[in-house]
Design a protein around this ligand. Sequence first.
Ligand SMILES: Nc1ncnc2c1ncn2[C@@H]1O[C@H](COP(=O)(O)OP(=O)(O)OP(=O)(O)O)[C@@H](O)[C@H]1O
Ligand SMILES: [Mg+2]
Length: 499
Amino acid sequence: MSDEYIVLKEISKRFAGGVVALDKVTIDIRMGEVLALLGENGAGKSTLIKILYGVYSADEGSIYINGRRVDVHSPTEAIKYGIVMVSQHPQLIDTLSVVENLALGLRNFNAFTSIRKISSFILEKSREFGVKVDPWEKVWRLTYTQKQLVEILRAMLLKARVILLDEALTYLPLEEKKKFYKFIKEFTAKGGSTVVITHKIPEALDVADRIAVLRRGRLVGIVEGTSARIEDVRRMMFGESAAEITYEKLPASQPGGRVVIETQDLWVTGDFGEDAVRGVDLRVREGEVVGIAGIVGNGQRELTQALMGLRKASRGRILIDGRNVTNRGIHEVREVGVGYIPDSPLALGISIDNSMAENIAALYQRKSALINWSEVYKVASSLIETYRIVIPGADSLIKVLSGGNIMKAVVSKEINYCKKALIAHNPTRALDEVSAAMVRRSIKEKAINNGVAVLLVSEDLDEIYQVSDSIHVMNSGKLYGPFPPDEAERSKVEHLMVI
Ligand SMILES: Nc1ncnc2c1ncn2[C@@H]1O[C@H](COP(=O)(O)OP(=O)(O)OP(=O)(O)O)[C@@H](O)[C@H]1O
Ligand SMILES: [Mg+2]
């Protein structure tokens, strides 16, 4: 490992409302290393990375690159220093092709722009990577994995020396995530450097040379990736609360006899006109948690959207609490008392330009025209407290929250809202381990204590096994099962996910 390339020295950042996001944080980033940046939701990870990338400016402190003090005022400047960020949300232009997107990005930096060269670069790298990308395909037709690969390729074309990944791999299926990590390892072996933000500690231990932990805006410490133990890292991240992390099976429900969520021979069309859901028969009884396991992109999204009335069923019926709600729209489904944690919470789950209180009001307002604000604030405060949402107050706009705290806002209001049913799609994604454990517990409690029928769709098989009373697998639009949540039979479920 060669010398440190970047030093962030005593960086502090405060936001309006007295939020201290970073307090005198000093970290060096070395060439040839993977540095993992860990910390609970709201710890300051994204803020630190954004300061290095020129999105925010620090209130105090300095940045050194190659021993020289620099000011990074914008991402354009950061890229000139060889620093490129890839976030969770691909920043590509949907209506352009892959090549056009990459050429556009390069033009600003006087890098080579020959379309032919870019196109053969894409072909070569995608072959190496094992994920096919047609350079002339329009970006809107790409899968999420392909888009993230294009983002990484852009970073390489920009001659990145340091790649910053702010949960950029969080949304990828496990197998493909492994390919990205392999790619990153090769990049750093050739002298590049990568900063990885993730909530999965085992991943960090696996891939990182060093692990830096932030807590409440402060650097707790930096440990060696090879020798660190998971318990120690958790303790650095969460302190005493680390004891709340559990992956043990939660108590089983005693489902009632009534079926609350039911589909009969349900067919749903996907974005490309294909049959994304193919003849699904599903039944979830009151008080029961039914898990649907599967690799992303096998119809889960279309199924949950159809259940919520957000996507048309082309054939079949959807009954909720005995009511035929097929193609009746989300309002009618909501009226029955259905909570919904969508796969894309920013697009469908919450309005980030409104406050926590306003988002809660919007959910309850469907019942009466007049909003009972004192009730709304009571609910907001209790959710903020129960779910430990890091937010200045119920009046704060959602967009000032950290990624995980936005997720907690979505999840808490939906769990609170549901009366009859809860449809939860990846409800703990972007959450730290303590928050994720709490959310899983409260979903189960809602089923046991309130008789809510829960449909839990998750790409995280451990999560499915921890919470579910019965398990299905979704593959190529078809539903298999139910299977008992019996670890002994888990291999059958795993096999059905990949056939
Ligand atoms: N633009 C902003 N305006 C006001 N406050 C902000 C802004 N951006 C971040 N914050 C606050 O700064 C703190 C740190 O947020 P940051 O996004 O860095 O956390 P994080 O460690 O990335 O968390 P997560 O794991 O949830 O993504 C949070 O309390 C957040 O609410
Ligand atoms: Mg973040």
